[in-house]
Design a protein around this ligand. Structure first.
Ligand SMILES: Cc1cc2nc3c(=O)[nH]c(=O)nc-3n(C[C@H](O)[C@H](O)[C@H](O)COP(=O)(O)O)c2cc1C
Length: 183
């Protein structure tokens, strides 16, 4: 974050109508560290995947997570039509996978899966090899909020990853590696 953004936050910068400016909101969000996951899906509408940090536990009864996905993403319709998704939470050394599934290497759709080993979960969603953990979900509900769809997924199966492994974290608009705690 630059000095100007920091100053804006410190003075509680607001748009003239009292609303928070989009850039200020984004700067504030950059201060929230978040695990990086790749959300995958497959089914009648095709195989898709994208990088997401807006992933959150909702409740453990029934086991439910939410994923926020830009409604204008090229993958959006297929993922929702498939009705299933898998949250693949990345290890510290999987930054390249995050970049690839964020579309930053120019790959779209199923091509993002090339050259990375993956299996298939019970719902049919792809499971990326060596993820810290994978949550196989059926989509229960989708709520549109502004530019994004909040997608609620019922967790139907958990695929544990390697017992040890760093977590890939996005914080301050940069990747970081968080060491694993003893389990
Ligand atoms: C670290 C990181 C976190 C991201 N988190 C999200 C997210 O939570 N939701 C989202 O819709 N996009 C997120 N993105 C952006 C998408 O991955 C990206 O816009 C998308 O894959 C672009 O390709 P598409 O339009 O072909 O889907 C994130 C990107 C990065 C690098």
């Amino acid at each position: 974050m630059g000095l100007e953004e920091t100053a804006a936050l410190a003075t509680g910068a607001e748009a003239p109508d009292g609303a928070v400016e989009r850039a200020d909101f984004r700067a504030a969000m950059s201060r929230l560290a978040a695990a990086v996951s790749v959300i995958t899906s497959d089914g009648p509408a095709g195989r898709v995947g994208f990088t997401a940090s807006a992933v959150c536990s909702v409740t453990d009864d029934p086991p439910t997570v939410l994923v926020c996905m830009n409604a204008s993403s090229a993958q959006n319709r297929a993922l929702i039509e498939n009705g299933v998704l898998c949250v693949n939470t990345l290890r510290g050394d999987q930054e390249a996978l995050s970049v690839r599934f964020a579309g930053q290497t120019g790959l779209t759709g199923a091509k993002r899966f090339d050259a990375h080993p993956h299996g298939v979960a019970a719902t049919g969603a792809p499971v990326l090899a060596d993820a810290l953990v994978a949550l196989d979900c059926r989509i229960e509900r989708v709520v549109r909020v502004g530019t994004h769809d909040v997608i609620f997924g019922r967790v139907e199966a958990i695929v544990p990853g390697p017992a040890e492994g760093e977590s890939l974290v996005y914080f301050g608009r940069a990747y970081h590696r968080l060491p694993s705690a003893a389990r």
